[in-house]
Design a binder for this molecule. Structure first.
Ligand SMILES: Nc1nc2c(c(=O)[nH]1)N[C@H]1C(S)=C(S)[C@@H](COP(=O)(O)O)O[C@H]1N2
Ligand SMILES: [Mo]
Length: 333
């Protein structure tokens, strides 16, 4: 029996989504076990082809979602095929199509994620623990790249706050620093500066502790109801929906709590263009282009996009604006 923990209090998809989205998301929810054993077995034959192994196929079936939260007011999801084929993951090449191709053999099991630094209870999570230590939730978030394209993505994951709480931060913990795996053997962009876009690896990102503890900040292990594909940052990546996409660091092996603000990858590379905060802000242009609007990658044809206005904090002001009341957003971009 695969569906062990389902509580009657769990919402069904009908409780939380309207009719159009219900149909759009049926297959996803099927894979998550909401529709019971029969449909689960039926879906196994067809819908799980993207998984690397049978164990992975069953991962999210074993754990029902705590709840499904759509923070976009039902904007159309970007189709799965585009979410998994139009990527920025410079370790696997600086062109959008490269990660999906060059990351296919990326080995993510075994994996170790360590939480260290200004904490009383440092901890290490192995591959299986990434999926079993926390209740997984589905969160539908906008993703706004600093390059002015955007998507709407159904992530699976757990709040970063619950992970940090486990490590028991001490009073010196002011920042949270994340690092991506450094493994030039597996990552062509780390072997070759031209392929890797001139970045000094490992890729490093950071948040203030308040940003890290905000309930919107997610550690994601899946997308569209399945284990994360390598090009989206398997086995675990950060998702910070009110900041430009480059903050949402992929394939994380280390989380360190520090007293000092860290130097972060894009800020080191081009400090005038990419700040530490990187909050989505239509009123603060990139030196080389406007941030007032964005190209939303939508369903339909391969290149179908729609031009829309960019929202302050990517539309998440209600949840996060109070973090920045003391901050000059033009100076601290
Ligand atoms: N390690 C690492 N993380 C990364 C990147 C990267 O090149 N390396 N690119 C970032 C950028 S610029 C964006 S827009 C998002 C893209 O995430 P996606 O490919 O899942 O849409 O990942 C971010 N995380
Ligand atoms: Mo990006």
């Amino acid at each position: 029996m695969l569906i062990k923990h389902k509580k009657s209090s769990h919402l069904t998809e009908n409780d939380v989504t309207d009719e159009a989205i219900y149909h759009q998301r049926r297959t996803v929810i099927k894979q998550l076990g909401f529709l019971g054993m029969g449909s689960l077995l039926a879906s196994k034959a067809s819908a799980f082809d993207l998984f690397p192994s049978i164990e992975d196929k069953e991962r999210f079936v074993q754990r029902p979602l705590e709840y499904t939260k759509d923070t976009t007011n039902k904007e159309d999801l970007t189709p799965e095929a585009k979410v998994t084929s139009h990527n920025n993951f410079y370790e696997f090449g600086a062109q959008k199509h490269q990660p999906a191709e060059l990351a296919q053999g990326f080995k993510v099991d075994p994996w170790q994620l360590t939480i260290t630094g200004e904490v009383d209870a440092p901890l290490t999570l192995g591959y299986d623990e990434l999926y079993s230590s926390f209740s997984l939730e589905e969160r539908i978030y906008r993703l706004r790249c600093v390059e002015a394209w955007s998507m709407v993505v159904p992530w699976l994951g757990f709040p970063l706050a619950s992970l940090i709480a486990k490590a028991k931060p001490n009073s010196k913990a002011k920042y949270v620093v994340f690092k991506t795996l450094y493994d030039p053997k597996q990552m062509p962009g780390q072997r070759n500066r031209r392929i890797g876009g001139g970045i000094d690896y490992p890729y490093v990102e950071g948040l203030t502790i308040a940003e890290a503890m905000n309930p919107l900040t997610l550690m994601s292990v899946g997308v569209y109801g399945k284990t994360l594909p390598p090009q989206n940052g398997a086995p675990i990546r950060l998702v910070v929906p009110w900041k430009y996409g480059f903050k949402s660091i992929k394939s994380v092996v280390s989380i360190e709590l520090t007293e000092k603000q860290p130097k972060t990858t894009w800020n080191i590379l081009a400090p005038h263009e990419y700040g530490f905060y990187a909050n989505v802000n239509p009123n603060v242009d990139h030196p080389r282009w406007s941030q007032a609007r964005e190209r939303r990658i939508t369903g339909g044809g391969l290149f179908s996009q729609k031009r829309i206005d960019t929202q302050l904090f990517n539309g998440y002001g209600e949840e996060v604006a109070d973090l920045y009341t003391q901050l000059n957003l033009k100076k601290y971009y």
